[in-house]
Design a protein around this ligand. Structure first.
Ligand code: ZN
Length: 66
């Protein structure tokens, strides 16, 4: 199994940039900046964890109150 090296924006089909300042919003909470991916063209942002199906975002885990 090789790991994917490059992510592409679904809309623009350009390579996403890896950034460390994704602004995270969960419901009405503003969470600390996170590592993720941003499309240089349309500016859409994804958390890295969004791509990793088996990994639950730690922030969401905390805020869901479990
Ligand atoms: Zn895009």
């Amino acid at each position: 199994m090789g790991k994917p090296s490059k992510w592409k924006c679904y809309t623009c089909r350009v390579e996403m940039e890896k950034v460390l300042d994704i602004s995270v919003k969960f419901r009405k909470f503003n969470l600390p900046k996170a590592e993720g991916l941003r499309c240089p063209q349309c500016g859409v942002q994804y958390l890295e964890s969004d791509y990793v199906a088996e990994q639950v975002s730690p922030a969401e885990e905390i805020l869901s109150g479990k």
